[in-house]
Design a protein. Structure first.
Length: 440
């Protein structure tokens, strides 16, 4: 067995090596993920994050040449349920890393939007904005509840740039109080003027912007349905280039389903021509939530993977998602992290997609119903369908999330395996350079 990556140190501190026991039949762990690269066979443990070059036997006993795999938990006693082990590790790590206060705030200054996206999950929500007195209390809430380290403000909506005055006031108050912070904005980018860009790079301290688009121009126009009949497609692309030129990291999220996936190459050609500062632009394809239960989802997932070369050819770095191959993620989203969602009326919630269902207090009174959040983010009740999944440690770790994907295993495999192949290829290349006497 050749080790290509050690186990995550935090997990290793909690899990001692498994001692091979005589008379015990060992079988592959559900977390032992086999893959091949350059004709070699590798194993990756999705819980511990250890990666080795080895062949996994169908079964074995102690002292049959596989003791290292038993010790690393790639092989476990036959009949052993493993999801409780993941639940306990996850719970312990969350407890150890829990800190007082919030270090991330997702703020919705308004539910209003200048677009009417056909897939919007906020359709029908009353489109009100924060009142001045709510902004005053929001500032007090931030100053009273933030953790010690630098804050991350994520401006969300609706369209947050419909309320630049809210971002102005909050940013100025934090600077005046000498609270370190930076910002992320999730926007359609149609309202980014030179004046807004100056604020973004200055007082707002924006490091990253996510812009949602929908493929080539015809699909974009049909799906965004802006309230004003303007050429927003080219306006947005120009805004992306200006932000990238100003040093802001821009992520283009292209929302796709079976109807518009075919127009993505044309969209990439438009971006390739119009965006000159590609070094600050990432691009990824995201399935619409509405497709998650579709029987054709595996075909869509494969089509997304097949477009990776086209993304790279257009000059953009493909973003393969947040799957980490060397660290066990403790938190997977806003809801089970150390942040809070603040709605336009001052409510505090766990999830930006479910602000009403996960509301557990407000900015005047704090967490008045913390049990709502605790119940939503419980990690000790893995779904039945997830209990035997090899990707459980890299997926959403709590069962209350309604975002259930019928093809989640296919999606996780398509995201994980390219990263693992890069991992072993990089390690192989590094070893070859170290062995080459001409390398210095």
């Amino acid at each position: 067995m050749i080790e290509y990556q050690k186990a995550d140190a935090a997990v290793a501190r909690l899990l001692s090596k498994q001692t091979p026991q005589a008379g015990v039949l060992y079988v592959p762990s559900q977390f032992a993920y086999p893959f091949t690269s350059d004709g070699k066979q590798f194993l990756y443990h999705t819980l511990t994050k250890q990666c080795v070059e080895a062949i996994l036997p169908a079964s074995c006993s102690a002292n049959e040449g596989f003791d290292e795999l038993i010790q690393g938990r790639f092989l476990v006693p036959s009949g052993q349920k493993e999801y409780p082990l993941y639940e306990s590790v996850s719970k312990l790590l969350r407890t150890l890393h829990r800190k007082p206060g919030y270090n991330g705030y997702t703020i919705l200054p308004t539910f209003a939007c200048n677009a009417r996206c056909v897939y919007c999950y906020e359709a029908g929500v009353e489109q009100h904005a924060m009142k001045p007195e709510t902004v005053d209390q929001l500032i007090r809430f931030l100053l009273e509840t933030h953790a010690k380290e630098e804050l991350t403000l994520t401006w969300f909506g609706g369209e947050p740039l419909l309320c630049p005055h809210v971002i102005d006031r909050v940013s100025a108050a934090l600077q005046e109080a000498a609270v370190p912070f930076h910002a992320i904005i999730v926007t359609n980018a149609s309202l980014i003027t030179p004046e807004i860009l100056e604020k973004m790079t200055g007082a707002w301290k924006v490091k990253r912007v996510q812009v949602s688009m929908d493929g080539a121009e015809a699909d974009y126009v049909a799906r965004k349905r802006y309230r004003q009949d303007l050429d927003q497609y080219h306006t947005v692309i120009q805004a992306i280039d200006r932000m990238a030129e100003a040093g802001i990291q821009v992520t283009i999220r292209c929302n796709v389903d079976e109807q518009n996936i075919g127009s993505v190459p044309l969209f990439l050609e438009d971006l390739k021509t119009a965006i000159t500062h590609k070094e600050n632009v990432r691009f990824y394809l995201a399935r619409l939530f509405q497709t998650y239960g579709d029987a054709h989802n595996p075909d869509l997932i494969q089509a997304i993977r097949d477009l990776s070369p086209a993304i790279a050819s257009a000059g953009f770095q493909p973003q393969l998602g947040s799957t980490s191959v060397n660290k066990l993620r403790i938190n997977h989203c806003m809801a089970d992290g150390s942040g809070v969602v603040i709605s336009p009326d001052g409510g505090i919630a766990a999830c930006e997609h479910l602000p009403s269902e996960t509301r557990y207090g407000d900015i005047w009174n704090g967490p008045t119903n913390p049990e709502i959040r605790a119940e939503f983010t419980r990690t000790d009740r893995t779904r039945e369908k997830c209990r035997s999944c090899p990707f459980l440690p890299i997926c959403t770790s709590f069962a209350s999330c309604p975002n259930i994907d019928a093809s989640c295993r296919v999606w996780q495999q398509k995201r994980l395996e390219p990263k693992l192949i890069r991992l072993v290829q990089k390690k192989t290349s590094s070893n070859e350079e170290a062995d080459d006497p001409s390398f210095c």
